[in-house]
Design a protein around this ligand. Structure first.
Ligand code: AMP
Length: 636
């Protein structure tokens, strides 16, 4: 069957298509209904069926490929390379599951995982899904206020963490940030399980904090059976930014997610069981969940868990070829990264790419942010393999737009992530009228008609109303899921993504809400008002730029005063949200461009920063505010 036909079937004969895909995974009890969309926009996949993510990722492979690599940990930060076979991984996961149970974790409880890229983080995720606990992994780059918000929302029974991570050889202590978050949170966490890597001192709180190493000894060899879960049971939540300052808990199911990932591994990612998959993402992001942990393992592939920069070798030496060294060594067949990482590599000596045998590699997949043509071409020429862009979101869990070369080979187009994947009924709508745009090259809001495919978020954790109001009500008169991205479709059906319709920005593939950064800056006593916008950046795609109105403008009257205050404000963001959210610059102004009704014109500020035409400025209340920003940027 050609791809067009397959995609058509996935929409018009949905149940037959997905029932067929569902055969890719093990079911303990067969499902009785494929897709229940009786209560839109909610979708329930594979009702009546019971299964388990951990069983599909680990246990079912033990009989057939028990001695093969499952998890390969490479840390160029601490100089360790260690492989776990499927059998060893199963043993570690059961030990972790026994520890969690002994600490009181039960089915349905939340376990928050705040960890660097170490194997124990993966053991913890799999141990949770094994026993039906809901994991919520928080990116290790987030600091205490971000973490506290997520703890309050998830209300975990237990937090799994570590003494520290490491970045570019520098220890980044986690425990002080966690302790501060636990102090700030109104929800009091009963137990904290700590992995001590020996990198940073780690004070323990008596009665709450327990150490992993002695418990691992104690529970080694434990046999913890998988708990068969309803297909619709929640497997995990992952927080993501939106237009408000409050992150949303994206909630995912069990069976639908397993099926979607299993299908994507073959149809999109071209992987085969027994091969090795290498995603350079982080377990704190959705790509890490789907394509470091669950996808490759469900497909019987080894997965590389990489802690470190793309430019440092195992002994801490500069090595711009470290990733290609790993591709050669582990015969990686599919690799997944982000355009920003490629732009970092582009600055290195291109010869580095030629030193290693990359013949095992079928394709490099890039996602998370727009792939600009020069970056795409550079890496395609350097690697000599197809570069497959793929567009998706934390919400979707797997690609919405890309090329399913595993179904039918089809050319990629530079600048376009591709075409809709199976189960995705993608449309472009006119923002004002909600009408579907049918002509080529018309710009509209990219939306998805329900029912959403398996693997997509079920709802916002504990907040169905927020799910409906946020995602399904933004287009007048239509109940459709909005991606909040602008797009166009060319005459051949290829889509192009033109940026967000909301205040979400994308820094090095990391999604940040400008409101969260604004709220953080506003907590500083000197700040009267603030606006944060995303500004185009050649390396990171976008960077955050902050404009601050001070209560006392005199504080920034001298260059030295302004510089000191800028540093202080950046530090506020660092300690509250984490360095990922730190603005590239904080500039001081005496007023922000606003409408007469008082709405800050972020789009005008953004255009001024990027040296673009800011459009019609007649609605701006105070032209002086525009002039100040223009001058700041023309002066560099
Ligand atoms: P996240 O939820 O962090 O994965 O961010 C999702 C957002 O990143 C999308 O809504 C897009 O704005 C952007 N994005 C992700 N992948 C791509 C891509 N391949 N091309 C363009 N934009 C992308």
């Amino acid at each position: 069957m050609g791809y067009a036909e397959l995609h058509h079937q996935s929409l018009v004969d949905r149940d037959t298509y997905w029932a067929e895909q569902a055969r890719r995974i093990d079911w303990h009890t067969p499902f009785t209904r494929v897709c229940n969309h009786d209560n839109p926009p909610f979708t329930r996949w594979f009702e009546g069926g019971t299964t388990n993510l951990c069983h599909n990722a680990v246990d079912r492979h033990v009989a057939t490929r028990g001695e093969q690599n499952a998890l390969v940990w490479v840390s160029t930060e601490v100089g360790i390379e260690k492989a776990y076979s499927f059998r060893e991984l199963q043993a570690e996961v059961m030990t972790m599951a026994a520890i969690l149970q002994a600490q009181g974790v039960q089915q349905g409880d939340r376990v928050l995982i705040y960890m660097p890229m170490i194997p124990e983080a993966v053991f913890a995720m799999l141990a949770c899904t094994r026993i039906g606990a809901i994991h919520s992994v928080v990116f290790g780059g987030f600091a205490s206020v971000s973490l506290a918000q997520r703890i309050e929302d998830a209300q975990p029974t237990l937090v799994v963490s570590a003494d520290a991570g490491s970045r570019s050889g520098k220890v980044v202590a986690y425990k002080p940030l966690l302790d501060e978050a636990l102090r700030l949170s109104a929800h009091k966490v009963p137990k904290v399980l700590l992995v001590d890597r020996g990198l940073a001192p780690m004070p323990r709180t008596e009665g709450r904090d327990v150490d992993y190493a002695p418990l691992r000894e104690q529970h080694q060899g434990a046999q913890v059976p998988v708990v068969w879960l309803e297909s619709t049971a929640i497997s995990y939540t992952i927080y993501t930014s939106g237009t408000t300052g409050r992150p949303k808990g994206v909630q995912r199911d069990t069976g639908g997610y397993a099926v979607a990932l299993a299908a994507s591994m073959e149809q999109i990612f071209l992987g085969k069981p027994g091969e090795t998959y290498f995603s350079t993402s982080d377990i704190g992001w959705v790509v890490g969940h789907s394509y470091i942990v669950y996808g490759p393992l469900i497909h019987g592939m080894a997965t590389i868990l990489y802690e470190g920069l793309p430019t440092r070798g195992l002994n801490g030496e500069p090595d711009p070829a470290i990733w290609w060294r790993l591709v050669e060594k582990y015969k990686v067949t599919a690799m997944f990264s982000a355009p920003t990482a490629v732009r970092v590599l582009k600055k290195q000596d291109p010869a580095a790419l030629k030193q290693h045998d990359l013949s095992s590699l079928r394709a490099l997949f890039l996602a998370g942010e727009p792939l600009d043509e020069p970056t795409g071409r550079w890496i395609a020429d350097a690697l000599g393999v197809p570069i497959i862009d793929n567009y998706w979101q934390t919400e979707s869990g797997w690609p919405i737009l890309t090329i399913a070369n595993g179904v039918e080979r089809k050319e990629s187009r530079f600048g376009s992530p591709g075409i809709p994947m199976p189960g995705y009924d993608v449309k472009l709508l006119d923002e004002q009228t909600g009408e579907a745009l049918t002509q080529p090259n018309q710009k509209g809001v990219l939306v998805i008609e329900g029912p959403l495919p398996p693997g997509f978020m079920q709802t916002v954790w504990r907040d169905d109303a927020r799910f409906v109001n946020t995602y399904w009500k933004s287009v007048p008169g239509k109940m459709v899921y909005s991606t909040f991205d602008w797009g166009i479709r060319d005459a051949d059906g290829y889509y192009f993504i033109l940026g967000r319709t909301d205040d979400v920005i994308n820094v090095a593939g990391h999604r940040l809400g400008t409101r969260e950064i604004e709220e953080s800056l506003s907590s500083h006593a000197a700040v009267a008002e603030v606006a944060v916008v995303g500004v185009a950046d050649t390396l990171k795609g976008q960077v955050a730029m902050a404009f601050v109105v001070l209560k006392d403008p005199g504080l920034a009257a001298t260059p030295a005063g302004a510089l000191a205050l800028e540093g202080e404000l950046m530090k506020v963001v660092d300690t509250q949200l984490g360095a990922v959210a730190r603005p590239a610059r904080v500039r001081f102004v005496t007023a922000l461009p606003k409408t007469r009704s008082g709405k800050t014109l972020r789009r005008v500020i953004q255009a001024l920063c990027e040296g673009r035409d800011a459009g019609d400025l007649s609605t701006v209340e105070d032209p002086g505010a525009v002039q100040q920003i223009r001058e700041l940027f023309s002066a560099g």
